[in-house]
Design a protein around this ligand. Structure first.
Ligand code: PGA
Length: 252
């Protein structure tokens, strides 16, 4: 990913109908009119699959990019009821895809499946937001680094283009709970993740985001953490006001 870029990626999860595009329209207007919003910031929204085509058309060549929240681990058309492949997502205009969100890992995504999702998505010219994160038990047993290292090493390979991959560190205990990591812990973890990534990709590390209960108030606590290249935002991305507050309060 481009150096110094800061990402604000909204994950709508199971939220949104066609008229919810109003939320994005307001965010887009804010981006266009706010003088402090620079080329160094990138906004991506991942609505449910039902909205990707219409939203992508609407935001074509605008400041907001549209992505998908997941994809199936195989790309060939097949007898997989309810499944949608990276090829299909790309064909309706998505530019990004989230892979490995803890919601999907808990539904049975294995490392091998995630590797295949990632590989297919990159082949289809999608940028991948690859999620990793420890659960509460790992944290209490001091296993965070061990878990993160294996999640990364079991999926990412040197042959993948690091510029098309964004890693999102999302501690599971912080998703939707209002709890965020201690600043110092988060700094250490981010540096650790970047070290592992650099070992794999040699030249450079993909961008590393933080995700988990980010909102317009606590965003100020992340400001001093320069190593964090942006945020994956769930709950607060469903409201234009909350999402705009996060961006504004980040650079104010
Ligand atoms: P949250 O979700 O911001 O609501 O905690 C983050 C995520 O699941 O990506």
């Amino acid at each position: 990913m481009a150096n110094n870029m800061k990402y604000f990626i909204g994950n709508w999860k199971m939220f949104g109908v066609p008229k919810s595009i109003n939320i994005l329209d307001k965010i887009n207007k804010f981006i266009k009119s706010d003088k402090k919003f620079s080329k160094k910031y990138k906004v991506v929204i991942t609505p449910p699959n039902t909205l990707i085509q219409s939203y992508s058309k609407f935001f074509l060549n605008k400041k907001i990019s549209i992505g998908a929240q997941n994809c199936y681990h195989e790309d060939n058309f097949g007898a997989n009821t309810g499944a949608i492949s990276s090829l299909m997502i790309k064909s309706v205009g998505a530019q990004y895809v989230i892979v490995g969100h803890s919601d999907n890992r808990s539904e049975g995504d294995t490392d091998a499946m995630l590797k295949s999702k990632l590989e297919n998505s990159l082949n289809n010219k999608l940028k991948v937001v690859f999620c990793i994160g420890e659960n509460k038990e790992h944290k209490l047993k001091n296993k965070t680094f061990e878990v993160l290292e294996s999640q990364i090493k079991n999926v990412l390979e040197e042959k993948f283009n690091f510029k098309d991959i964004i890693v999102a560190y999302e501690p599971i205990w912080s998703i939707g709970t209002g709890q965020i990591p201690e600043t110092n812990d988060l700094l250490k973890t981010t540096i650790f993740i970047k070290k592992i990534l650099k070992n794999i990709f040699k030249k450079s590390s993909p961008a590393v985001l933080y995700g988990g209960s980010v909102d317009g108030k606590n965003i100020s606590q992340f400001k001093k953490l320069n190593d964090i290249d942006g945020f994956l935002i769930g709950g607060a991305s469903k409201s234009d006001k909350n999402f705009i507050d996060i961006i504004k309060n980040y650079y104010k």
